[in-house]
Write a protein that binds this ligand. Structure first.
Ligand code: FAD
Length: 310
């Protein structure tokens, strides 16, 4: 029996694991791929406290995993496809096995939202991308577009400006939502052109993206951009589909938690991008993970449960 089963090995899951194992519990982190989640995609993490010069996402994740392992966290590289959360004993189900656990911390993160245009699926990896840090270098000296108005879109535009000849930053409103400092940097970057009050209307290209038609949100006018790359940064979908009928979720599918990261189900906690939160960042995911682990420990003790490792 696992004391604390953690689903997801991103910043939230790894931090939760480290706190829980350090607190004397048997902890298993279940991860579909490699540990790190989205943090591993960050080229230069410059806003995590304590790294004055920033750190690469991969280095950050490797250090976090090593730290979690040092305190005894066990890893199981399987995708959890089913969950039974009601009742005292929880059950995690993968294609290979069933894992009973006393408590569960859900840290499944989020995946990027699509814009919903015809051909988006077909052109993904052929010009359409959801990760500027991953794919930006493929568009060296070409024109690209970024769609979105938050921090991710502004950051993506700045990252891409290092490679691309021209970056069009498209937003449906007349003002960005992203932070002031990023807006200032965008303004100061000569090869970024902001295109406000427009939305993507049509992708041009069969085998690879060749252009993007935009529609004004205030007039009937359309505009065609001759871009080879389109970077979509319009928000995220929390990864909560496989247990959505067992927990209270927000309108966009994020898990609702209280200040202790407790979900609507006793003994089940959530942390990071999969929960309803005003800010999805590495630092908030890590902080959530710490709170969730300490709450799960408190729950185990209050319920008089036997811990399987001291
Ligand atoms: C390109 C990019 C740049 C970013 N830049 C920054 C930045 O500069 N600064 C910053 O603070 N934040 C940044 N972010 C956001 C930050 O990375 C995330 O907010 C944070 O990493 C979320 O961590 P998490 O642990 O909640 O989720 P995730 O990192 O999404 O981890 C979730 C993990 O759960 C696993 N998982 C999901 N479902 C299952 C399942 N059923 N079974 C097993 N495993 C499962 C996934 O494989 C994944 O590894 C960036 C994000 C991206 C994509």
């Amino acid at each position: 029996m696992i004391d604390i089963a953690i689903i997801g090995g991103g910043a939230a899951g790894l931090t939760a694991g480290m706190y829980a194992a350090r607190g004397g519990c048997q902890v298993t982190v279940f991860e579909s791929f490699l540990p790190g989640g989205q943090s591993a995609k960050i080229r230069h993490l410059e806003n995590y406290p304590g790294f004055a010069q920033g750190v690469s996402g991969v280095d950050f994740v490797l250090a976090l995993q090593e730290q979690a392992s040092r305190f005894g966290v066990e890893f199981c590289y399987e995708t959890i496809t089913g969950l039974h959360l009601q009742g005292e004993e929880k059950l995690l189900i993968s294609a290979k096995n069933r894992y009973p656990a006393q408590t569960v911390i859900i840290a499944t993160g989020a995946s990027p939202r699509k814009i919903g245009l015809a051909g988006e699926e077909r052109l993904t990896g052929r010009g359409v991308s959801y990760c500027a840090t991953c794919d930006g270098a493929l568009f060296r000296d070409q024109a690209v577009a970024v769609v979105g108005g938050g921090d991710t879109a502004l950051t993506d535009a700045l990252v891409l400006a290092n490679y691309a000849a021209r970056v069009y930053l498209i937003h449906r409103r007349d003002a960005f939502r992203g932070s002031f400092i990023l807006q200032q940097r965008v303004k100061q970057t000569a090869n970024i052109e902001t295109v406000m009050s427009h939305v993507p209307k049509q992708l041009i290209g069969e085998d690879k993206l060749q252009g993007l038609v935009l529609q004004s949100t205030v007039t009937d006018l359309q505009r065609t951009l001759p871009v080879a790359g389109l970077f979509v940064a319009v928000g995220v979908n929390p990864q909560t589909e496989f247990f959505q009928d067992q927990l209270e979720l927000s309108g966009n599918g994020a898990i609702l938690v209280d200040g202790k990261m407790a979900t609507s189900c006793p003994g089940v906690y959530a942390a990071g991008d999969c929960r309803e939160t005003p800010l999805r960042q590495v630092v908030t995911a890590a902080a959530d993970g710490a709170v969730a682990a300490s709450s799960a420990l408190e729950y185990l003790i209050s319920q008089g449960k036997t811990l399987h490792r001291s």
